[in-house]
Design a protein around this ligand. Structure first.
Ligand SMILES: NC(=O)c1ccc[n+]([C@@H]2O[C@H](COP(=O)([O-])OP(=O)(O)OC[C@H]3O[C@@H](n4cnc5c(N)ncnc54)[C@H](OP(=O)(O)O)[C@@H]3O)[C@@H](O)[C@H]2O)c1
Length: 277
């Protein structure tokens, strides 16, 4: 490690946004620990690392597993004795009408998207506090700012991340630690294919089938104009590098327009707009 080289930890680096953020950080000189729950998925990143001679290492980290998080963070601390940037990115979508969602499906969703983020943050905070600096980047979503049909579970996890991040930013500020929320709109990744559909939604007799079908059609259309994960990575890097970083960064024309509309509209007007998407 070169003297004063900064160190980053990214969760969920096996694909999509996490993969791109790990690359951007490493390409910009951060010694980057690209963590993933299944290290067999490291091959794509590993070949880029070898080609470009990047400061990138791979560590197993499943955000739902306390021991896995502890060992990963300990491994990084033993190796580098610092963590300057934590990117809480690991997550997936659970889709289905609230009535069709089982409590277990919702708990599993929170276990990854919300408690996973807490687990990793709690493991890293003592290191950042000791060094009296650090940046915690939480990958939220436009879904952290407004709801939409069939999204109640996923949207709840992202709203929870938004609230947590706002509160946390006050607590860690005195220790020189910043919190940043990245709020992407529709991004082309494995997200849709990795999304979990509530079991009951598969029942053709579910009263929510028409809304579900409509939603699937709408998502397909929106995905046609989706942004790239590189855009998310570039904006995340810009936020990390800025002396005057903000709490929130929107990523994508779609989410920029929705948030702009939300500011101008009543809740009812916004509700009707989302219904027509
Ligand atoms: N794509 C979008 O439109 C969009 C929009 C807004 C926000 N986001 C957010 O962006 C983040 C990344 O999603 P993506 O779009 O890049 O989707 P993705 O390509 O499916 O990537 C999700 C990543 O999270 C990992 N992951 C899932 N559960 C995990 C666990 N228990 N422990 C560790 N890693 C785990 C996955 O690992 P495996 O490969 O092992 O499954 C994968 O690396 C998520 O938080 C998502 O909510 C996405």
């Amino acid at each position: 490690m070169t003297l004063n080289q900064r160190v980053a930890l990214v969760t969920g680096s096996s694909s999509g946004i996490g993969h791109e953020i790990a690359l951007v950080l490493a390409r910009n000189g951060y010694f980057t620990f690209a963590t993933m729950r299944d290290l067999q998925k490291k091959s794509k990143l590993e070949s880029i690392k070898d080609e470009e001679n990047l400061p990138l290492e791979f560590v197993q980290l499943d955000v739902t597993n306390e021991e896995s998080v502890r060992i990963a963070v300990q491994t990084i601390q033993d190796d580098k004795d610092r963590i300057d940037v934590l990117v809480n990115n690991a997550g997936y979508g659970l889709t289905g009408a609230l009535e069709d969602l089982s409590i277990d499906e919702i708990k599993t969703q929170f276990e990854t998207n919300f408690y996973g983020l807490i687990r990793t943050t709690q493991a890293v905070l003592p290191i950042m506090r000791k060094q009296r600096s650090g940046i915690i980047v939480n990958i939220s979503s436009g879904a952290g700012r407004f709801g939409y049909p069939m999204g109640s579970a996923y949207v709840s996890t992202k709203f929870a991340i938004e609230g947590l991040s706002e509160s946390l930013s006050f607590e860690v500020e005195p220790f020189g630690i910043k919190v940043i929320l990245i709020e992407p709109g529709m991004i082309r990744t494995n997200f849709s294919s990795a999304s979990v559909l509530a079991k009951k939604s598969l029942d053709p007799n579910s009263p929510y089938v028409p809304i579900m079908k409509n939603m699937e059609k709408g998502i397909k259309q929106l995905l046609e104009n989706a942004s790239s994960s590189q855009l998310v990575a570039n904006i995340t890097f810009e936020a990390i590098s800025s002396d005057k970083s903000r709490l929130r960064y929107l990523v994508g024309k779609d989410v920029e327009q929705w948030i702009e509309a939300k500011k101008k509209m009543t809740d009812e007007e916004f509700h009707n707009m989302i219904k027509q998407l």
